[in-house]
Design a protein around this ligand. Structure first.
Ligand SMILES: Cc1cc2nc3c(=O)[nH]c(=O)nc-3n(C[C@H](O)[C@H](O)[C@H](O)COP(=O)(O)OP(=O)(O)OC[C@H]3O[C@@H](n4cnc5c(N)ncnc54)[C@H](O)[C@@H]3O)c2cc1C
Length: 365
């Protein structure tokens, strides 16, 4: 079967590995010009479902590298108030455990084995369903590609989903996020509260303001596996009512806004944010979605954030990778394509929208 996968984020490469291993012809089309075209070196927690899918569908050596270069975690999840006077550790349920990695390092590991199958600089613009039951994809550069199946792993603002389900119910919240990272120098280590050095620390302040802090300390250097050297860092995200204009500001203004919004908190927190690396400052909307009604059986399907955008709560990446594994399993089962898709979509929507509900509960802002 010829499978066109739009997007080489987290789910797309995992799906591609699973299908290639079973002899399918896979082409992954990615809009970015290269794996590291945008600064994407964030610490990302992949829950147990996602970890299980990576273990099952990646080549074993890749999975071992992902674990070896994952984040050194010695603590779990803790919360504190803005004065940092007291830290409250919470019990993490087993299904939330998994793998914490640097996103770019994981993508580099997954994409290294897919060089012949991935095309960068290939932005999806639309598809046609052809009379013979196949699909033609039109790319922004005017070129086309044809396949038996089109899979959308193009993230929360999926262009494939916009065409497949134009009325898909997505909502954008008033609270917005500014993500960033600060290199873990000795000075920054001294500024970072202890629970954030070994785990995740959430700091909840008044008026919907929140700060999340977690250090990425590589267990083993990616350079040991022939990948580019990577530095340890503290990842942070500041949530607040920044207004839609946040997305149009430059990185320095976004960083200042993030630091200013917590300037009346414990002084080490805004100092840590102000030392952030401007290349990695990213503003983000917080989106949520509702389960769509059934759609007609076509050889086009959705995976991950493209299928179920959700507020950030440490679940969406694992859910996306879990979807990829589920779809791979259905496609290699030998069932007729549209039956395999129907079975995948039912299970994916049940699991994905349970994750949306859990994320919405954990991220009420
Ligand atoms: C800074 C940050 C930190 C996060 N931390 C966590 C975390 O700790 N835990 C967690 O569970 N989740 C986290 N998330 C969310 C998580 O990254 C996503 O849920 C996850 O990446 C979804 O995977 P995906 O494969 O569905 O989509 P993505 O990883 O978003 O991949 C989509 C890909 O499609 C490409 N694309 C988009 N449009 C097109 C197009 N038209 N043509 C071709 N390609 C296209 C994009 O360039 C991208 O490579 C975080 C997100 C951010 C921004």
């Amino acid at each position: 079967m010829r499978v066109l996968v739009i997007g080489a984020g987290l789910a797309g490469p995992c799906l591609a590995h699973g299908l290639l291993r079973h002899g399918h012809d896979v082409r992954v089309l990615e809009r970015d010009a290269a794996v590291d075209a945008r600064a994407q070196g964030y610490r990302i927690h992949i829950n147990a479902d996602g970890d299980a899918a990576l273990r099952r569908w990646l080549p074993p050596a890749d999975y071992e590298q992902a674990r070896a270069t994952s984040c050194l975690t010695t603590r779990g999840v803790a919360f504190a108030g803005p004065d940092l006077r007291e830290f409250r550790e919470i019990e993490v349920p087993p299904e939330a455990s998994g793998l914490t990695v640097d996103r770019l390092t994981l993508r580099r590991i997954m994409l290294r084995g897919l060089t012949g199958s991935v095309r960068f600089g290939a932005a999806f613009s639309r598809y046609d369903l052809l009379d013979d039951g196949t699909v033609r994809v039109h790319l922004a550069d005017g070129s086309t590609a044809e396949g038996d199946l089109l899979v959308a792993t193009d993230g929360a603002n999926s262009g494939v989903r916009r065409q497949l389900l134009p009325d898909f119910p997505v909502t954008v919240r008033d609270t917005r996020l500014i993500y960033g990272r600060t290199p873990l120098t000795a000075h920054v280590r001294a500024l970072t509260p202890e629970p954030a050095l070994g785990g995740f620390l959430g700091i909840v302040g008044p008026a919907g303001r929140q700060l999340a802090l977690s250090a990425q300390q590589f267990r083993r250097s990616p350079a040991e596996f022939g990948l580019p050297e990577a530095e340890d860092y503290v990842m942070w995200s500041v949530a607040g009512d920044f207004g839609p204009e946040l997305l149009d500001l430059g990185a320095a203004e976004q960083l200042n806004l993030a630091a200013d919004s917590i300037a009346d908190w414990h002084p080490s927190l805004s100092a840590l944010v102000r030392l952030g690396d401007l290349r990695y400052v990213v503003p983000a909307n917080i989106q949520s979605s509702e389960r769509p009604g059934p759609w007609p059986p076509v050889p086009v399907t959705l995976v991950g954030d493209a299928a179920h955008p959700m507020p950030p709560a440490g679940i969406s990446a694992g859910t996306a990778i879990h979807d990829a594994g589920l779809l791979a399993a259905r496609l290699v089962s030998g069932a007729p394509l549209l039956d395999a898709l129907r079975s995948y979509e039912r299970e994916m929507l049940d699991h994905g929208f349970a994750a949306v509900a859990a994320s919405s509960r954990n991220h009420a802002g």
